[in-house]
Design a protein around this ligand. Structure first.
Ligand SMILES: *Cc1c(COP(=O)(O)O)cnc(C)c1O
Length: 380
């Protein structure tokens, strides 16, 4: 079984000795724009590419405001600040996520509160969320409080590997319980749910342009929102809260140096021009994988959920159990095909193991079985 899978993956990426999990591709105006940014001398946080990137993000996502940020983790941190999350408050998120989500919550001094994922979407489960809110929380004075007495200030669902969560149900529940929703759309740029871009359902959505994402600018991030007040404040706070003036340096509050440099924005613009091509290519790859794995009874290919069009950032298969998962990881990695288990659940990390958590049996089920397989675009 394993050698058949290795042969297949090697045939998907022909002529490669070692097949990485996800490589960036620079096939368009990447060099041209980066050199242009250097020649302009505007390499830091002011420059035409920053403005252009924000415009492209607005156009692509359909959000009214887009703010370029230095990376996806900083974008999450800033979004939580803008959502008015404060020290010692609680933020609902999923145990199955990249560490950035929980780190950003911790920068505020707030605490993550873990609600299980849905086995079909791999993201926050609306059913488990509903049960949790109805049994452990109550709304008082337009705020939601957990029975521990702490306020639940926000909810951060994450669209795992590009597959959209059932975001409409999550928003409906959070609206009823007066909780702000921030979508961690770091992995799902270009994925849609019911024909609308992920990242644009919540009060805010955040993206990442790290080297391993669908499109990259080395390091980069973005916040999108339709809220004018939040949009304007986001720009202000991420630029050291400097009061605009031609020569004076005045700052009206504590700000952050979270702006994306123009040098990175140049690369981001070139990459965004190719986003739809990358996604189409990834969707073709995913459908080829799906066909192949339908003939392997030990592996279940992870498909996009209903009502969703996934960018298929990272493809994944589910093995029958932990033993098989570990064998699969060992065999593929020893034979030139890079594969990876899903992140260690946040609830198992020393920093978060004492945080409030509901039953997380689905997250545990997935963590024991899921393996990511090579997913780079094949465009050259
Ligand atoms: C990549 C990623 C981020 C942001 O990462 P940066 O490297 O800071 O850009 C945040 N959340 C998730 C789920 C991610 O996968």
């Amino acid at each position: 079984m394993y050698s058949k899978i290795i042969d297949y993956i090697k045939s998907v990426y022909p002529g490669q000795e070692f097949i990485p999990l996800h490589e960036p591709r620079f096939i368009g105006n990447d060099r041209k724009y980066v050199l242009d940014a250097i020649d302009s001398t505007y390499v830091s946080s002011v420059g035409k590419y920053v403005d252009h990137f924000e415009e492209m993000m607005r156009e692509y996502t359909g959000a009214k405001y887009a703010i370029a940020i230095v990376n996806g983790t900083a974008a999450l941190h800033m979004a939580l600040i803008l959502a008015d999350v404060k020290r010692d408050e609680l933020v609902i998120t999923q145990p199955l996520s990249f560490i950035a989500t929980c780190n950003a919550i911790s920068y505020i001094g707030a605490e993550p509160l873990f609600v299980d994922v849905d086995k079909n979407t791999l993201g926050l489960s609306p059913e488990k969320l509903k049960h949790f809110l109805e049994t452990a929380c109550e709304v008082k004075n337009n705020n939601c409080y957990h029975r521990s007495g702490k306020r639940i200030a926000a909810c951060v669902p994450m669209h795992t590997f590009g597959h959209p969560v059932e975001i409409d149900k999550i928003i409906e529940l959070c609206t009823k319980f007066k909780i702000a929703v921030i979508e961690d759309a770091a992995e799902s740029l270009g994925s849609t749910y019911k024909n609308k871009q992920t990242g644009t359902f919540g009060t805010m959505g955040t993206y990442s342009f790290n080297g391993n994402k669908t499109v990259t600018c080395g390091g980069g991030g973005a916040i999108v929102t339709n809220d004018e007040k939040i949009g304007k404040l986001a720009k202000h706070l991420t630029t050291q809260a400097k009061v605009p003036h031609k020569w004076e340096f005045n700052h009206d509050q504590v700000g952050y140096n979270y702006r994306m440099p123009n040098l990175n924005a140049a690369l981001a613009c070139a990459q965004l021009e190719k986003l739809d091509e990358f996604i189409n290519d990834k969707r073709v790859l995913a459908s080829e994988y799906q066909d192949f794995f339908s003939g392997i009874k030990e592996c279940e290919f992870v498909k996009e959920p209903v009502n969703a069009r996934s960018n298929y950032w990272l493809n994944a298969v589910l093995l029958p159990g932990l033993t098989e998962r570990n064998e699969f990881l060992k065999f593929t990695n020893e034979n030139g095909v890079m594969t990876r288990p899903v992140w260690t659940l946040m609830t198992e990390l020393p920093m978060f193991k004492n945080c409030i958590s509901t039953d997380i049996s689905s997250a545990k089920f997935i963590a024991d079985r899921l393996v990511n397989i090579p997913s780079s675009s094949r465009l050259k």
